[in-house]
Design a protein around this ligand. Structure first.
Ligand SMILES: Cc1ncc(COP(=O)(O)O)c(C=O)c1O
Length: 411
């Protein structure tokens, strides 16, 4: 790609997504390349939250459960997310955290495969995915076995003992994209159900859950969906699996919550996978982010995302080649999610020094620098400038300071 400033300016001027940047609150001078950790704040969110507090809550009080449609927000927002991830209406809810939805999906899948005992994943999956599997194994008293194998050994490990395979479509560190349709097909050939963690795919690239015949999926609301810190997650359950009996059998998943029956009776459809009272304020923020994405053309988004990452990598090769960065994401664009990663022995310090230069990325132990590229609010010029600041931090060894070596609790 070109590095000519006029050409870069031209790319930004012709960018069909350029109007979206103005929908976000981003400080002048800041280059935010961490939308894969926490998406930027849409400008509309603050006013929507203020209204939810002062009008819907303070004035409306409990009448807002119906009047402001609080009670149906998980399904309403779920239906919007469905359009972004290739699901049908009534297959998605916005609820709980990704970790909790992993638990719901794993236990639902286990109940659909009562003769099988293995829940399978890859050892380098995002830790919470594997931790949730280990929790189920510990609770099951020996019935369930949690197994996490080498990423390349997943397919060969599939057999008649495996009930469910849990994988993340876009790897959180490397950004490697798995072939959802192919993996799902190979697993289902062996009678294995598949759960896709879409935390780094939803809102980052086109996803076609039903095209891939996916069984379950889930993902974060606070990353590329721009729902805000701790925003509710989403859960997809394919229509054909919605008769599974939820283990988290809370009253919001009951067929008739407000008749206060003594025994649990699951609601029909996706609603049974709700559990407790919806976190309304979190859902209000999530809906603003999801509405923005619903207006974006996902094919254009993917096209821009790959051009941004290609520009980033080429620019790093040219301007930072001598500083010891090893590319840690796929060089092949077809295999790359919406992020660029590098391994570097001083990765942690460099990420801290970059923050001081107003480039916010993040660090994932032991040595990965991650740069999430969000096409809705990043410009081509931001990529060029980010790499110049990385060069500056490395050339001046600005990272080589004791305060940047001290590891913080959140990286
Ligand atoms: C792939 C993946 N799954 C799950 C999570 C987090 O789940 P939760 O929102 O429950 O903390 C993350 C967080 O970064 C993630 O990258």
């Amino acid at each position: 790609m070109t590095f000519d400033p006029a050409e870069i300016a031209n790319l930004d001027a012709r960018d069909p997504l350029r109007g979206f940047r103005d929908e976000f609150q981003l400080r002048e001078g800041l280059i935010y390349v961490d939308g894969n950790s926490l998406g930027a704040a849409p400008k509309a969110t603050a006013a929507r939250l203020a209204d939810a507090v002062s009008a819907q809550w303070a004035e409306g009080l409990i009448t807002s459960w119906l009047g402001a449609e609080w009670s149906t927000a998980p399904q309403r927002i779920g239906n919007k997310i469905a359009t972004i991830i290739g699901a049908a209406p009534d297959e998605v809810i916005a609820a709980d955290s990704t970790s909790i939805n992993i638990f719901k999906a794993l236990t639902a899948a286990l109940s659909l495969r009562p003769d099988r005992r293995v829940i399978l994943s890859e050892s380098t999956n995002f830790p919470t995915d594997v931790y949730m599997m280990q929790g189920i194994e510990a609770f099951s008293g020996g019935r369930v076995k949690s197994i996490a194998v080498d990423p390349d050994a997943v397919i060969e490990r599939l057999d008649e003992d495996v009930a469910v395979l849990l994988l993340t479509q876009v790897h959180y560190k490397s950004g490697l994209v798995r072939d959802m349709a192919e993996v799902t097909r190979r697993a289902q050939e062996k009678g294995v159900l598949v759960i896709w963690d879409l935390s780094h795919s939803a809102g980052a690239l086109p996803v076609d859950l039903n095209g891939a015949n996916a069984d379950f999926a889930l993902g974060c609301g606070y990353k590329y969906l721009n729902g805000g810190p701790g925003a509710p997650a989403f859960l997809f359950v394919a229509k054909r699996h919605q008769s599974a009996r939820p283990v988290l059998s809370g009253w919001f998943g009951h067929a008739s919550p407000f008749t206060f029956e003594e025994d649990y009776r699951p609601a029909d459809g996706i609603a049974r996978f709700l559990c407790g009272t919806p976190p309304v304020l979190g859902l209000v923020g999530l809906e603003v982010g999801v509405d923005l994405l619903c207006r974006a053309d996902m094919a254009e988004l993917r096209k821009k995302s790959l051009r941004l990452s290609e520009l980033f990598i080429e620019r790093m090769e040219e301007r930072c080649g001598e500083f010891g960065f090893a590319l840690a994401c796929p060089r092949d664009v077809a295999l790359r999610g919406s992020q660029v990663s590098y391994a570097h022995p001083n990765g942690y310090e460099i990420v801290q020094a970059l923050k001081a230069s107003d480039v916010i990325g993040d660090f994932r132990a032991p040595d990965i620098l991650r740069f999430g590229l969000t096409p809705l609010y990043l410009r081509y010029a931001d990529i060029v400038e980010a790499v110049e600041r990385i060069r500056d931090v490395c050339a001046t060894r600005a990272w080589d300071k004791p305060e940047y070596r001290k590891r913080a609790a959140v990286t």
